[in-house]
Design a protein around this ligand. Structure first.
Ligand code: UDP
Length: 325
């Protein structure tokens, strides 16, 4: 029952590969190292360097390793870049995923977990956001994932594919044992950028906007620990594997803490943990940033029995900081 992890050299994929390995489950990683990092590849897991859009490679891999399920992380994920290069996102995310799923159904690989995003919702009309919220992505990145979500029921109808799409809110933190952590190049995310200031790699943290309709004027986000995300992937796969034939197992599930923190609250917590004053530089709003994104995680709790253990701001920032130290 080997699971293929695409994008296992990336931030969330590498943590999930570790979680599966720790649980004694057989795993293979496929990654083209275009946006991932060799240093994030967990030791002792077979790694194939290649492209998720290469049907022949996929077929060989599925047969050689007797793959029964796929967790699909490999993707482009920079909102700003997607605004400038939408085609790159539709090709790398939507089109290549169609190739991947087509190869799955042709090779009887019947279980699929998608790495999706809160960006499929767009500007929220209600907080917290539940899975029935309207989907109106405001950038090509979010749309590229929504397109995949739209394809999945058709593969299910025609070929019986069982799938779960996990819509992450703000993934953050690092493996508590220090084996993996958050690396991106370029880095656009809040917590890693704050920690760069604490490490004095940057002089000040640029804060994008202080005039949002929130108590302190900065954006509010729902931060979820990457180790809890990894656990949710294992639970989602178990759920698909063990659900009864007649049960409606496939679907979309939010992964978030259910609580929101403003940019200034995150900075304040990081000041306490790092002991660094973390100077800020006020900047204009970043295009496309909604004021508040907070998940309803009721469905994850009920359907997957998901119980996030590391998702509190202190533990998120502490583990991210420990990884860098
Ligand atoms: N942010 C910021 N400075 C940074 C990076 C992010 O002020 O260097 C803000 C950003 O505008 C947003 C929040 O922090 O309000 C979270 O941004 P991030 O890129 O981490 O995640 P997103 O919510 O965009 O997926």
């Amino acid at each position: 029952m080997t699971t293929l992890i695409t994008g296992g050299a990336g931030y969330i994929g590498s943590h999930t590969a570790l979680a599966l390995r720790d649980a004694g489950k057989p795993v293979v990683i496929l990654d083209d190292i275009s946006t991932g990092f060799r240093q994030l590849l967990p030791e002792g897991i077979p790694f194939v360097e290649g492209d998720i859009g290469d049907s022949q490679l996929l077929q060989d891999l599925f047969q050689r390793y007797e793959i029964k399920s796929v967790m699909h992380f490999a993707a482009r994920s920079l909102v700003g870049q997607s605004m400038k290069e939408p085609g790159t996102y539709f090709l790398a995310n939507s089109a290549k995923t169609a190739t991947l799923i087509q190869a799955m159904v042709q090779n009887n690989v019947g279980h699929f977990i998608l790495s999706s995003t809160a960006a499929v919702y767009g500007e929220p009309t209600a907080i917290p956001i539940d899975e029935n919220h309207v989907l109106q992505p405001t950038n090509p990145y979010g749309l590229s994932k929504k397109i995949i979500e739209d394809m999945l029921p058709w593969f299910e109808k025609a070929h019986g594919l069982k799938w779960i799409s996990l819509r992450y809110f703000n993934a953050a933190g690092a493996d508590p044992q220090g084996r993996s952590g958050e690396i991106h190049d370029p880095e656009t995310h809040l917590i890693p950028n704050i920690l760069k200031v604490a490490l004095e790699e940057k002089e000040a943290l640029q804060v994008f906007g202080n005039d949002y309709p929130t108590p302190d004027g900065t954006c509010i986000r729902d931060y979820v620990h990457v180790t809890d995300l990894a656990k949710a992937h294992m639970q989602a796969l178990d759920f698909l594997l063990h659900s009864a034939r007649e049960e409606k197992a496939s679907g979309t599930i939010n992964l978030g803490s259910g609580s929101g923190y403003s940019v200034l609250e995150v900075i304040e917590t990081a000041r306490r943990i790092t002991g660094h004053p973390i100077p800020v530089q006020w900047c204009p709003r970043r295009p496309g940033d909604p004021a508040i994104l907070v998940a309803s995680n009721k469905k994850a709790k009920e359907k997957l029995n998901w119980n996030p253990k590391h998702t509190n701001l202190e533990s998120i920032i502490q583990t991210a900081w420990d990884y860098l130290g």
